[in-house]
Ligand binder design. Sequence first.
Ligand code: GDP
Ligand code: MN
Length: 402
Amino acid sequence: MARIVELFSTRTGEALSMKVHEYQARRLLAEAGIPVPPGEVVSGTREALGAFGKLSGRVVVKAQVFAGGRGKAGFVKLCEDAEQVRAAAEFMLANRMVSPQTGPQGVAVKRLLITEAVEIAHEYYVGMTIDRAKRRPVIMVSREGGVEIEQVAARNPNAIVKEWLHPHLPLQPFQIRKLTAALGLAGDQAKAADKVFRGLAAVFNRYDASLAEINPLVVTSDGRLLAIDAKINFDDNGLFRHPEIQALADQSEENPHEIRAKKAGLTYIALDGQIGCVVNGAGLAMATMDLIKLHGGSPANFLDVGGAVTPEGAVEAFRILLAEPKVRGVLVNIFGGIAKCDLIAEALVAAAREVGFKVPVVVRLEGTNVDRARRIIAEAAVSGLVTADDLTDAAQKVCAAV
Ligand code: GDP
Ligand code: MN
């Protein structure tokens, strides 16, 4: 994810977004009238050479992975001839790409986009996201686009110009004029930029995107405006309206625990700390994570079992959580309502028998059938399971344990 959007969205917000590859995002932009250089997606070196033959002149070979920072990592290569295309394709398909956005283990590359190379005169940044603080979509542009945009955003935020959209209105002509002027474009290029801004906003709205970025948008040496890179994330909660977007999902690039959770009807969000959280409801998840932080701990994830959890789903929740090696302790915080406490207690006991609790599991249950739940837990006498009187007690116990 481009770090620039972290100005606006939390890790949790982006985790609830579906990502697609550049070749898919650029197709959506092209359909909205945004010009992109011709290109072809391939999955092998021979195919890459075939694509090079069909395109004219120099090409760019680009790894198709969800993480950004490809250019700096050597996974976007300008190639003059077939030999260079072969070398670039072989290298990218054989090596994992490591960038600041991948973590040290990097990501495998299974597909390449081969595009016609362009002569770049200038690189701009154009992006759109939801500004949560202002509760509006925001479109952002910068004259200093390209691979340094994160540094630009950090060092000189004034170099990024923003226009907030009315939630129910399209991008207005006066806003387009401001954005175009901010990029210093005039004449035909201003007209072309108008189309790019409208196209980006249209794609963003139409597909319930959470982020849509063109970085760089370039002016070529012969004066054309082209989208050279494309990134679109889609709000998971809007996906049911867009089966054509759902069909683009590439599960091989997603967190395997998140996929497993989704299959079981659970919501799993991976975070950076050591404490696994099992909760029901997103609000309770937030409160639980706040409390963990307050007592000096840090959440490794949260797993929301929701209201309509089944016994099998609840056991699967514990399996997923305990399979994550960075989890050093678990906090189960359930307020039994529709999801009853005894069902969770039975799932806990079943999970303990099946996988064993190698890390302490602190349990705070309250609400419907809590007495029955407490009896189930007491009778099972599961080792590693710690009961808590209330939420503060639970947070203190789990933080002390890790
Ligand atoms: P990213 O590093 O993952 O964001 O990948 P990009 O697709 O944005 O490419 C990175 C950089 O490669 C761009 O900022 C350009 O400087 C350069 N690049 C990409 N395509 C071309 C091209 O067709 N011609 C030239 N000259 N440079 C390109
Ligand atoms: Mn880029």
